[in-house]
Every structure is written in structure tokens, then in C-alpha cells.
Design a protein around this ligand. Structure first.
Ligand code: UDP
Length: 324
């Protein structure tokens, strides 16, 4: 299996995965409507501009490039926004994905790697979240991803569509080469906002909520480097093709850091001081999200190569020299 359609491949995680696919001898084809993605993130890669919901265009692209598997990254991903605008989330993250899956079934493409999220679990009932943890999302973003997970189970039974569901915890960092990295407009994610404050591009960073039941009152998250996520995608795809079975994996470092700890680490790694303010809780945020990724390690042989300091270092290099 060589020809992989990467839907949303011009986005943050997609573009890093595309780079790694290419480096490992695959033939990735990026399919992206560039509503959020960046053409500059996938220079030198086969590119098709198109919308996730455009079944006819997808069918043409499948045939033209002899596509054998699809990796799907195109999604709206902001918890806070999903609470305010659920309709957009349900349309983009469910309705259009079902249309993509139907196009795959109609064209005989059997393998699907799906970007899911820790947000499908909701408030944890165990300290670390494994694949067996109950899934009770507390925001529309998490709901939308969980719904597709359920659809995928039914599509496997009915149509033989095999899927690998990868639930990311907090993706962060940038490629070591410094040519691709995270760029959202507007930016809402913690680490880029911290680093923009460190670079003097923002006045301050606001901590959303300091009254959570955590060691310092701020939320705890599990940061995982975008290249570690990318390697998991390739391992999952290869495992699925070998075994012919669907599976699911939680992807995180297994270590939690509070928002305040991430800010302190960023100050240390960058050597910059910046203003930190406190603010109200953001709607839809669970207090703690930390992965138990033992299954990915055991079944896929997955290893994480980047700790929090390395994540911050790569993201800082990108922030200072960003091209888009
Ligand atoms: N956060 C914050 N200030 C910001 C952005 C984020 O305190 O300017 C917090 C947010 O409330 C959450 C954590 O940082 O607890 C991670 O948020 P992010 O949006 O980066 O990722 P998410 O956990 O929503 O996937």
C-alpha cells in the first residue's frame, strides 16, 4: 500500500504526517479546501484542492491517484467554538465525514485512519485514560468525533470498511527542520499562544480557570509532539493493512502538566519573561486529560521521542521563523 489520500493534509497535524509518509517511501496525495490549511505546508507534494463533502470530486481523485487508504485530518477542532456553534461542528465533523466514507465504500477503498480526540471521553473517571475508559463527551467537538467512531463500527460490520481510530491528547510542537509548524487563525491553542507572548507578539497569556481540582488550580493536559502523532498514524495504517482489522488507540505521552507548569517551562526554555493573567474557565474544558497509551506501545510498537521541553523547543523555533 503506497498511495494515501490525506484529507486535511495541509493542516497542522496532516502536513507533518504527509512529510513523514513521503520520507518513509509512501506516495501521499493531499486533499484540502485550504479553509484552514496552508498550501505552503505541503510544497512538493501532490495536491488536490477540494471539499470534504464533495463526493464526486473525491471519486475522481481516488481514481486519478489509485488511492488505497485515506487518512482524515480535516476537522473543526476548537472546544470553546464548538459550544457556541455546534451546527458547524456537526456538519463538518459528522455529515461531511459520512459523505467521505460513502465515497470510499462506493470506490472500494477499505482503509481509513481517523483523527479522533481525548475530548470523546469527557470528565475522566480514572487518572489515566485508556481505550476502555467510558466515553461521555462534554462538548460538541467531542460529541462529533465520538459519533463518527460509532459510524465507523457500523461501516466495518456492514461494508467491511476498516478503520484505525487515533485519539489525540494535546498535539503540540513543530517539525525539527523548522519549515512546517502550527498556524491557526485566530490561534486558540495554549502553547502557540504562550510562545507568541514570549516572542512579544501578544501582550499576555490568560490562564482559563484557576479553581480546578488540580495541584495548582489550572487544567492538566498531556502534550504529545506532532511527529510522534505522525509516526503513530503510519504504524496504525501498516498494522491495519497487515491484520485487516479495525482498532483504536489513545495517543499521549502519559504525563500531565498544568497550564501553569507549561507557562513556566516555556519561560525557562525560551529564556523570555512575559505577562500572565488569570481568567474565567473556558466552557467545555475538563479539569484533567492524561492518556494511558500502553496499547499503542504494545500493539503498534509506538514510542514517543519528544518530552515537553523538546516540544516547546521545536515550537519556539517555528514561532520565531514561521513561514505561514
Ligand atoms: N488555555 C489557557 N489559555 C489559553 C488557551 C488555552 O489557559 O489562552 C487552556 C485551556 O483552557 C485548556 C488547555 O489550556 O485547559 C489546553 O487548551 P487547548 O485549546 O490548547 O487544547 P484543548 O485541550 O482544548 O484540546
Amino acid at each position: 500500500m503506497k498511495n494515501i489520500l490525506v484529507v486535511g493534509g495541509a493542516g497542522y497535524i496532516g502536513s507533518h504526517c504527509v512529510k513523514m509518509l513521503k520520507e518513509r517511501g509512501y506516495n501521499p496525495v493531499v486533499y484540502d479546501n485550504l479553509s484552514k490549511g496552508h498550501r505552503a505546508a505541503v510544497r512538493g507534494i501532490k495536491f488536490e484542492k477540494g471539499d470534504l463533502g464533495d463526493k464526486k470530486k473525491l471519486a475522481r481523485v481516488f481514481k486519478k491517484h489509485d488511492i488505497e487508504a485515506v487518512m482524515h485530518f480535516a476537522a473543526f477542532i476548537e472546544v470553546g467554538e464548538s459550544v457556541k456553534e455546534p451546527a458547524r461542528y456537526y456538519n463538518n465533523n459528522i455529515v461531511k465525514v459520512i459523505s467521505l466514507l460513502d465515497a470510499m465504500v462506493e470506490n472500494g477503498i477499505k482503509y481509513f485512519v481517523f483523527s479522533s480526540t481525548a475530548a470523546t471521553f469527557g470528565e475522566p473517571v480514572e487518572p489515566k485514560i485508556s481505550e476502555a475508559h467510558p466515553q461521555n463527551p462534554i462538548n460538541p467537538y467531542g460529541q462529533s468525533k465520538l459519533m463518527v467512531e460509532k459510524v465507523l463500527k457500523d461501516y466495518d460490520k456492514a461494508y467491511g470498511l476498516k478503520s484505525s481510530v487515533l485519539r489525540y491528547f494535546n498535539a503540540a510542537g513543530a517539525d525539527d527542520g523548522g519549515k512546517i509548524g502550527e498556524s491557526h487563525t485566530p490561534e486558540t491553542h495554549l502553547l502557540p499562544i504562550i510562545l507568541q507572548a514570549a516572542a512579544g507578539k501578544r501582550e499576555s497569556i490568560k490562564i482559563f480557570g484557576t479553581d480546578y481540582p488540580t495541584k495548582d488550580g489550572s487544567c492538566v493536559r498531556d502534550f504529545v509532539h506532532v511527529n510522534d502523532l505522525s509516526s503513530a498514524h503510519i504504524l496504525a495504517l501498516e498494522k491495519m493493512a497487515r491484520s485487516g482489522e479495525s482498532d483504536d488507540f489513545n495517543l499521549g505521552s502519559g504525563e500531565g502538566f498544568t497550564v501553569k507548569e507549561v507557562i513556566e517551562s516555556a519561560k525557562r526554555v525560551t529564556g523570555r519573561d512575559f505577562k500572565v493573567e488569570t481568567a474565567a474557565r473556558r466552557a467545555g474544558d475538563p479539569a484533567v486529560l492524561v492518556a494511558d497509551s500502553a496499547k499503542a506501545k504494545r500493539v503498534l510498537g509506538w514510542e514517543t521521542l519528544y518530552n515537553l521541553d523538546k516540544i516547546i523547543k521545536t515550537a519556539w523555533r517555528w514561532e520565531q521563523k514561521r513561514r505561514y
